[in-house]
Structure formats: structure tokens, C-alpha cells
Write a protein that binds this ligand. Structure first.
Ligand SMILES: [Zn+2]
Ligand SMILES: [Zn+2]
Length: 94
């Protein structure tokens, strides 16, 4: 049995059991963290795609925690598309 069973947030003093694994790609071995969503966001993970953005320019670009620039622009576009649904549909299909 190598798989560890995580049942609670790694953050000191946090007893949340609503956790998931967060990894930082680009490292070998890939570090794995177990955080509740609050502390994952605090630590610097994008809550939408799981990318690590702590200390990157994404934070400055979005001015938000818990979302990377990619997800941020996707969300912005989604909001925009709801407002201008017809126009956007036309251009993307032709
Ligand atoms: Zn926590
Ligand atoms: Zn993201």
C-alpha cells in the first residue's frame, strides 16, 4: 500500500476534512499537497484547474486569489458570451 489516505487539510490548525490533492506540475517529483479549498487558494492554487499560481504574475493580472489567468479569461469570456450570445455564436460558426 503506497497510496496514502488523506482525510484532512495539511494546513496547521485546520481540521477541514473536505480536502483534495493539489499538485505543482513542472517539478520532479511532483509535490502533492492536501488542502481544503480555502487553504489551497491561500497557498496559491487555482481552484478551477488546479494549477499552482502562487507568486506568479497571474495573481497580479487577475488581482484575485484562487484563479489562474487562463481560467480568469475563460470566465470573463463566459460572462461576456452570456451578454452577447447571438453575436458571438454567429462569428464562431462562420
Ligand atoms: Zn484548510
Ligand atoms: Zn486555472
Amino acid at each position: 500500500m503506497t497510496a496514502r489516505q488523506y482525510t484532512k487539510c495539511q494546513q496547521d490548525g485546520c481540521s477541514s476534512e473536505d480536502v483534495q490533492e493539489w499538485t505543482i506540475e513542472g517539478y520532479d517529483p511532483v509535490p502533492v499537497f492536501v488542502f481544503c479549498t480555502d487553504h489551497a487558494r491561500e497557498f496559491g492554487f487555482c481552484l478551477h484547474c488546479g494549477a499552482f499560481i502562487g507568486g506568479t504574475e497571474d495573481v497580479f493580472l487577475t488581482r484575485q486569489d484562487g484563479i489562474c489567468f487562463e481560467c480568469f479569461t475563460r470566465q470573463e469570456r463566459a460572462t461576456y458570451e452570456i451578454d452577447y450570445d447571438d453575436e458571438f455564436d454567429d462569428t464562431s460558426r462562420r
